[in-house]
Structure formats: structure tokens, C-alpha cells
Design a protein around this ligand. Structure first.
Ligand code: GLA
Ligand code: ZN
Length: 662
């Protein structure tokens, strides 16, 4: 598409006289695209049916006269007050039965037919107005779908839709009673109309019902997006449609959502004010980009890349010189074709006054402006060359929203989080400079030398077979604690000892287990004792070889990690959560057995990543620290951008190109 850098722009926040200065400054900085209008419903329709798109047309024309294209956002994450006054029933209801009112954003119910009628009217007019506008290239549906208050809406409209969804899924109420195990605590239903949304209970909740609720909520969001996209698709067949995702966020199954988009976009705030550390660790950011690339198995856009200090009531850390550029190029290294910075200029009003941008409140170009300018001047030309290219990792980590939901419902250990668990495995590979793909469990795995499938908690006969076939045909698979515990309805498996048929694959059985709560445990691996956390599966060998044993608990000297040859492949079972050191050493061993290539060697804080086209490999070496660093590459590449090979200045990003090996 030839577009690689942009900004999120809110011309309506500033006087008309300022616009041209903004656009000139953008142009000089290297901006090729802006996103606009995703929160401007009131400006565009101040009263029912009275549309005012002139101001936006003017802004688009001005931008276009400087060669800057526009993406328009549908403003449906913030319906105006007049709609809410007219139809208060569109405001969502939370689990405690309270309404969430106007005054922030996301005060809407996505199933409500009255709200949908308002959207249909508005989006139709909006799309018609801009369908043939030469400055407009595409659309963002809504904004960060799923990013609302904690629970999705529990209103009567949502309840009715949920009942219908359940009826479609189960057919008969008897089937639902079986799937939810409603015999327990007298929870049986005679009819679908007796089923409510999961409002706050006196005590406890049904894990099977909760899993369906989360899946239903995801389906509702996907339906909401698809329904809006359809309106636009019909009117603007030449425009792309995308949506801004939030990394690993899980209110909606992003694989489903990605299906209806031309490409996926992502938002990332590495130094958000909510971060416990000054900023999110780079390995976690890298994993976020990799999972986003995986949602559609396609390169993506960054729709919001942090460009200034982040804050609402509380603020995060200021960005060090070069730090933001390193994060932006990290996005690119992992598959972003375009980076749009949030936001052009810090806003003088509203909740996000302190969510800073490229320009501060004064609007004067300063340090960050100059940094971005240098970035676009350096990298735009190369991004043109590798647009659409993808990393080609040898290792995949399995990621699945249903597992995430089930473990959110019952985390077992107070600190066990599905995504964090994936991140721990990811980090060990990241530190070794081994690129990773995220895949869904039933994807074709045969291209990967190693597949890591943590917490395969919900299991189906098809998935068991899929993993067994992968290994039988020469694949290397890591399974971990809590595998094969439940069926697809979140009911416990009863026919076999854990981990079910996968016990044959791994050559083990898991008749017992232990939750470590606030204690930690130990294992012996080689001659060393290591720390483990959270959980211990108590394993008996059934053909497998033990490679580590517990050194604590009544089960000490029993297997903690096992290895089993199966067909022409190998299956490892890791019955616990390895501490960082054990993770590192075990992953060194396993990646060596699998003959996985590493891109190079370097200290912590130096990242290496590649994107590949038919015949070329682009290699990125990124220094995420404020210190000088040295590194060494495995493989022959030519330096395209950078001061000096094998050495990095603080926050320096180097780019290499090489020939693809066949
Ligand atoms: C999100 C939203 C933006 C803005 C930023 C900063 O990513 O999409 O509208 O609110 O966060 O809070
Ligand atoms: Zn609702």
C-alpha cells in the first residue's frame, strides 16, 4: 500500500486556524496517513438525522492536499448524550445489575436493537459521505472492542440473545443440563427462558455456564463488528476495513474477529501508567506483536503506538530519547507494515489530557517530534521493500481463547494466568534470539520443529489426535501441567487418569497433583537444584524418561519433567511452572535436541528478529537499553542501517539484509 507512518489525529480538538500548521508539521515529519473521527459522533450528528461531515471533509481535503491519506473510525464506542437520553436502555447493565451511565465511553450495549438502529442510520450516512472521497483509504470499526467495564452487558436484550445462542448450541434443554452439569446444587433448567445472564451470585458459580457466557460475549462482539463492517463493505467496496486490537486482551476471540477484517491492527502502550515496572518487558511486547501477527497469519498495522507519556489520573514514565523509536521498530520487526502514533498532540481537555503525544500541549515540535522525523527518514524506504513479508519461525506456541477463558474462571493458583504462562515460555526463546509464531491448537503444525502447548486444560478427542499425529510424524511437542483435565464443556474428564490419551503420547500418568499456594518448590535437573512455582503434577512413568525430579514435597524424587519418544518425534511433559533459571536451562536442552537455529548472541535488552520475503531476509537488531551493547550474529547479512556492526549505541536499531537459504 506504500504507507508506513502516521498519527492519530483529532482536528476537532483544535481551532480551524491551527490545522494547516499541523498538516505541514506532519508532512515534514514523514506522516503518510492519519486515523480520525472514532470518537466524534456528536460533532457529526448533533441531533437525530442532522449530519455534519463538512468539518471532516475539510480536514481530509487539507491532509490529502499534502498527500496524507485518512482512515476513518466509526464512533460507536461513544454514543452521544442525545441518543442516550432518548433511549436510556442502550446503556449497559453490569453483573450487579447496575447501569453504567453516560460520561465516559463504552456506555453502550452491543446487542440492543435500538442502539443498532442508531448505528445503522449513522454509519450508513457516514460511509456514503466518504465512499468516493479521494483522501479516504479505509475504516476502523468501533474502537478497541471489548475494552469496556469489567463485564459485558447483562441487560434483557443480552439475556434474550444469550438464550437464543444457547438454544442454537445445545438444541434441547436436557443437552444443556448435561453440558453444564446442573445436577450439582440443584441448578437444572426446564426451559431456555429460565437461563439468565451470569449476575452476581450469593456464592460460587458454574464453571461450564461461565465458559459459555464468555464464548457468547465474544460471539456478540464479533457479530457487532461484522454487522457494522457489512454496512461499510456494501457502500465502500474499495476501502479496507480493520480494527485496533489490544495485544493479548481476551474479551473477544481475536482469531474470529480477524476473520472479517482485511488486516488486523494493534494498539500498544509499553509504558502505560498501569505498568508495575517503568515499562512492560520487551519480551512481552515482542510476544504481543507475534500473537497479533498470528490472529490473521498476516502482517499488520499499528493503529496506536505509544509516542508520549501515558496517563489519565496517574501518569507513567517519560520516554527516554530513542526508546520510543526502538519500540516502534520492534513492532515493524515482528510484522507491522505501518506504524501510526497515538496521538499527534496532547489534548487540552477531557479524560486523556495527560495521554501525551508527539507534540505536547503547546503544539511546538520538540524532542519526540524530531525523533519520529528521524525514524521515518531512516526507515520508510526499507519498509516499502519488506511490506507484507513475514517472519518464518521454527518454533510455535499454542494460544487459544477458550483455554484462557477456562483458566480465568478457575485459575487454580491465585497467581496463575494463562497468558503469563505462555509469556514465560516465550521469554526463554526470546532471550536465545529464537523467533516464535503463535498458533491456534488445531492449526497445521507440521512446519514447526518445536511446538509448545502450555496448559492444554480443555481437551477434545480431535485435539488429542492432532497432537499425537504431529509427534508421530516427527514433531517435537512440549505439554505442561493441567493438560487434558476437562472436556470442551468445562466438565472434568473421568474415563482415564490424567492427561487422558495424551498420557500415551507422553509415556506418563498424572494420578495426583499439588497446588503450591504461597510456597515455592524445587526440582533437580542435572546436578543443580532449581526453583519451581505454583503447581506440581505428580507423575508416574509409563515408558517416558525422567529428565528432572522434584526435590521438595512428599513426592520428592518423583518425575517433574519427562521425555518420551513417540513415532518419529518426541513429547516432553513439564509438570510444573519452572522458575526463570530452570526454564532457561530446560529450553536450552530442548531447542538443541530440536536443532533450532538462533539468530545470534547478545546480552539482555538486545533483540533480534527477522522478516522474510521470497528471496530475502531482513534482520533487525534492537537495543532496548540506554547503554552500549555488543552482539554477534549467526549467519551472513549486510548492514543496511546502523553505525557499526556487532555494536549498538543506546536504543539503536540496526537493519540488515541477507539472502534466504533454501
Ligand atoms: C486506547 C484507545 C484510545 C486512547 C488510548 C489512551 O488505546 O484506543 O482511544 O484512549 O487508549 O488511553
Ligand atoms: Zn445489553
Amino acid at each position: 500500500m506504500g504507507i508506513h507512518f502516521g498519527v492519530d489525529y483529532y482536528p476537532e480538538h483544535w481551532p480551524r486556524e491551527r490545522w494547516e500548521t499541523d498538516v505541514q508539521l506532519m508532512k515534514e515529519m514523514g506522516v503518510q496517513v492519519v486515523r480520525m473521527a472514532e470518537f466524534s459522533w456528536f460533532k457529526m450528528e448533533p441531533t437525530l438525522g442532522e449530519f455534519h461531515f463538512e468539518w471532516l471533509e475539510e480536514a481530509i481535503a487539507l491532509l490529502d492536499s499534502y498527500g496524507i491519506k485518512t482512515i476513518l473510525g466509526t464512533p460507536t464506542a461513544a454514543p452521544p448524550a442525545w441518543i442516550v437520553r432518548k433511549n436510556p436502555e442502550i446503556q449497559p447493565i453490569d453483573r450487579e445489575g447496575r447501569r453504567r451511565y453516560f460520561g465516559g465511553r463504552h456506555h453502550d450495549c452491543q446487542s440492543n436493537p435500538v442502539y443498532r438502529a442508531h448505528i445503522k442510520r449513522f454509519v450508513t450516512a457516514f460511509a456514503k459521505c466518504f465512499a468516493n472521497n479521494p483522501g479516504v483509504i479505509g475504516w476502523q470499526i468501533d474502537n478497541e472492542l471489548g475494552n469496556s467495564h469489567g463485564d459485558l452487558c447483562m441487560c434483557t436484550s443480552c439475556q434474550q440473545l444469550y438464550q437464543k445462542w444457547l438454544k442454537r448450541k445445545y438444541g434441547t434443554i436436557e443437552a444443556l443440563n448435561d453440558a453444564w452439569g446442573t445436577t450439582f446444587w440443584s441448578q437444572g433448567y426446564n426451559d431456555f427462558i429460565q437461563i439468565g445472564t451470569p449476575m452476581i451470585t450469593a456464592v460460587g458459580e458454574n464453571p461450564s455456564a461461565m465458559l459459555d457466557w464468555k464464548c457468547y460475549c465474544s460471539d456478540l462482539i464479533v457479530n457487532f463488528a461484522d454487522w457494522q463492517a457489512e454496512i461499510i463493505r456494501n457502500i465502500c467496496p474499495n476501502h479496507f476495513i480493520t480494527h485496533n486490537f489490544m495485544c493479548f486482551d481476551n474479551k473477544v476471540d481475536y482469531y474470529d474477529l480477524a476473520g472479517l477484517l482485511d488486516f488486523v491492527s494493534n494498539d500498544i502502550y509499553p509504558a502505560g501508567h498501569w505498568q508495575k515496572q517503568p515499562h512492560q518487558p520487551e519480551s512481552e511486547l515482542a510476544a504481543s506483536h507475534d500473537v497479533v501477527r498470528g490472529y490473521k497469519k498476516k502482517s499488520f498495522w499499528m493503529m496506536e503506538q505509544q509516542s508520549g507519556m501515558a496517563g489519565w489520573e496517574i501518569m507513567g514514565r517519560a520516554l527516554e530519547p530513542g526508546q520510543m523509536s526502538a519500540w516502534a521498530m520492534q513492532s515493524v520487526a515482528h510484522g507491522a507494515d505501518a506504524v501510526i502514533f497515538f496521538r499527534w498532540r496532547a489534548c487540552a481537555m477531557g479524560t486523556e489530557q495527560y495521554w501525551h503525544g508527539i507534540l505536547g500541549h503547546s503544539g511546538k515540535p520538540g524532542r519526540i517530534y524530531n525523533e519520529v522525523k528521524k525514524l521515518t527518514q531512516t526507515f520508510t524506504k526499507y519498509m516499502e521493500d519488506f511490506e507484507g513479508s513475514m517472519p518464518c519461525p521454527e518454533v510455535a506456541i499454542v494460544h487459544n481463547f477458550r483455554q484462557n477463558y477456562a483458566l480465568d474462571i478457575q485459575p487454580h493458583h491465585p497467581q496463575l494466568r494463562y497468558v503469563e504462562q505462555l509469556q514465560k515460555y516465550y521469554k526463554a526463546l526470546y532471550d536465545k534470539k529464537i523467533p516464535v509464531d503463535f498458533v491456534q491448537d488445531m492449526d497445521n503444525l507440521s512446519q514447526y520443529k518445536l511446538v509448545i502447548a502450555p496448559l492444554q486444560y480443555l481437551m477434545t478427542p480431535e485435539l488429542e489426535q492432532h497432537y499425537m499425529d504431529y509427534v508421530a510424524n516427527g514433531g517435537h511437542l512440549i505439554l505442561t501441567m493441567r493438560t487434558g483435565v476437562k472436556d470442551a464443556n468445562n466438565l472434568c474428564m473421568t474415563k482415564m487418569e490424567l492427561p487422558g490419551r495424551l498420557g500415551m503420547l507422553c509415556g506418563i500418568e498424572v494420578p495426583e497433583y499439588d497446588c503450591l499456594l504461597e510456597t515455592t518448590g524445587g526440582v533437580l535437573y542435572g546436578k543443580k537444584e532449581y526453583q519451581i512455582e505454583k503447581w506440581c503434577d505428580i507423575i508416574t512413568l509409563n515408558g517416558a524418561r525422567q529428565i528432572a525430579e522434584y526435590s521438595t514435597g512428599f513426592y520428592k524424587q518423583t518425575p517433574a519433567i519427562t521425555e518420551n519418544k513417540y513415532g518419529s518425534g518426541i513429547a516432553w511433559y513439564i509438570g510444573t511452572e519452572p522458575g526463570e533459571e530452570l526454564m532457561e536451562d530446560v529450553m536450552t536442552y530442548i531447542t538443541e535436541v530440536c536443532e533450532i537455529e538462533t539468530l545470534g548472541t547478545a546480552g539482555d535488552g538486545v533483540e533480534m528478529m527477522t522478516r522474510e520475503s521470497e528471496d530475502k531476509v531482513w534482520l533487525f537488531v534492537i537495543n532496548h537499553t540506554n547503554d552500549e551493547q555488543i552482539y554477534h550474529l549467526h549467519g551472513r547479512y549486510t548492514l543496511l542501517e546502523g553505525e557499526r556492526e556487532e555494536a549498538l549505541k543506546p536504543y539503536e536499531v540496526q537493519l540488515f539484509v541477507g539472502n534466504k537459504r533454501r
